[in-house]
Design a protein around this ligand. Structure first.
Ligand code: ADP
Ligand code: MG
Length: 442
């Protein structure tokens, strides 16, 4: 996992040469803040000037190559002096405080008003509301877990908005764990841990951490997070965490962190029931100024039952189709669009693609998966690929066998049985399957 600044660095290294790179770019920590805001932390004022005068254009160009958008660059030094360099690149500007260096990263639409409450998310949303009304007084930390597309990120942002509205002084910070880990790595490389600690300890009263399951493999990220957690907790600051599973089931996370996640309240979000899905569709279409006939709402709510993101995606397709073609929304049209979505889905999820994704996930070559090799490191991924092919495609057992280097259908059957059993008893396998399914866009 590498952040945008790491990618930009790779780019610059090739252009400016090793010596210049080591002198000016390597000591800089970089992080993306909000939308296309790049914060660079230089070691001192002089380096900050060099970055802006000599490397700014190259940095913008490298950013453009990756994001296809122009960044706003802030170069800062981790003392009282902050140097602000804006889009126009019109020289140095001193700013007095750090406020404009931090955005809370909150998405305006993700509020409690826009969150439909039903049985599936009742406890989680009440707890979220309570925490935002009483930061650090009720549950600390609040830990929300649940499957993909069920509203965890939405709730975290809603807490941030609500708390900010009622406690304007509160310093709210939302961060995805992926971004957090990138920032830790960037600051570590540039020896700028002081900045990181300032941001995540001193500048934070309400810490909203999304998708903590990605705090994996990078021991240092975990260590740093652990200390920030302890600091914030003992300073009576509110922490809210989300994850795709119950804390104790998250692999790679240390016991000491897992046990801290249990100090407050752990609550889950399940797939929304039919009525909730209907309300979400009604709310979203009304927001777009469209009143959808109830039979179309019911059709969409029936077809997309497990994931709100998919439900919203389908609705958006229907609305976009009608608006671009300038035709009224009819039941036939909605059915056609749903059919297209399932065709696209099945094209994306072919045996070939599954095999590629699985091979990639386990750092293997596709040929290994298709081979006759029988060591455990290859057999289990091969069995997982067969299991997923059966689960997500319409292919028969013999067809799957043929696609895996001409295996017999009984081999496929045994593989599926083994993985089913294993995933029920082995967290690591269960988690790997979930991760792979996510990579497949499910
Ligand atoms: P997660 O973080 O659990 O993967 P998100 O919070 O990103 O899911 O939600 C996916 C989409 O579904 C978002 O656009 C969000 O606004 C919407 N959504 C999820 N749950 C609800 C809900 N109960 N009411 C309204 N919108 C919801
Ligand atoms: Mg999320």
């Amino acid at each position: 996992m590498s952040g945008i600044w790491e990618n930009i660095c790779e780019n610059l290294k090739n252009i400016i040469g090793e010596k210049q790179f080591k002198q000016w770019i390597l000591p800089v920590a970089g992080m993306e803040n909000g939308d296309c805001n790049l914060i660079l932390i230089a070691p001192d004022k002089y380096s900050a000037r060099v970055i802006m005068n000599q490397y700014q254009d190259l940095i913008i160009e490298a950013f453009w190559k990756i994001r296809k958008r122009k960044p706003i660059i802030n170069v800062t030094i981790p003392t009282d002096d902050n140097i602000d360099c804006n889009e126009g690149g019109n020289g140095l500007k001193q700013t007095k405080n750090n406020d404009d260096l931090y955005s809370d990263n909150l998405i305006p639409r993700y509020t409690f008003e826009n969150f439909v409450v039903g049985n599936s998310n009742q406890v989680a949303s009440s707890a979220a509301m309570l925490v935002s009304k009483n930061p650090s007084k009720v549950y600390n930390p609040l830990f929300i877990y649940g499957g993909v597309g069920l509203g965890k990120t939405h709730l975290l942002h809603a807490i941030g908005h609500y708390a900010k509205k009622y406690y304007p002084q509160l310093k709210v910070l939302y961060i995805s764990t992926e971004t957090y880990v990138n920032e830790v790595m960037s600051c570590l490389r540039a020896k700028r841990m002081d900045f990181l600690r300032y941001k995540y300890r001193a500048q934070c009263d309400l810490f909203l951490v999304d998708d903590i399951q990605y705090l994996v493999k990078t021991d240092f990220g975990q260590e740093e997070f652990y200390h920030s957690f302890n600091y914030l907790y003992s300073s009576n600051k509110q922490i809210v965490i989300s994850s795709d599973q119950y804390p104790h089931h998250i692999p790679h996370i240390t016991e000491r962190l897992k046990s801290r996640f249990q100090w407050g309240l752990i609550t889950d979000i399940a797939s929304p029931e039919f009525e909730t899905r209907v309300k979400i569709l009604q709310m979203n279409s009304e927001r777009e100024g469209v009143k959808l006939p109830i039979d179309i709402i019911h059709l969409l709510a029936e077809k997309f039952s497990s994931n709100v993101r998919e439900l919203e995606g389908a609705l958006n397709r229907v609305l976009a189709y009608s608006s671009i073609k300038n035709v009224p929304i009819t039941l036939e049209m909605a059915k056609e669009i749903i059919k297209n979505i399932s065709i696209e889905r099945s094209e994306k999820i072919s045996i070939e693609n599954i095999t590629k994704i699985v091979a990639n996930y386990f750092n293997l070559k596709v040929q290994d998966i298709l081979s006759e090799k029988r060591n455990r490191g290859i057999t289990i991924p091969r069995q997982i690929a067969m299991f997923l092919s059966r689960k997500h495609t319409t292919s028969s057992l013999p067809e799957i066998g043929r696609n895996f280097g001409g295996k017999d259908h009984t081999t496929v059957m045994n593989a599926i049985k083994k993985i089913k059993e294993k995933s029920e008893n082995d967290n690591v396998i269960e988690r790997a399957i979930k991760d792979i399914e996510r990579k497949m866009g499910l």
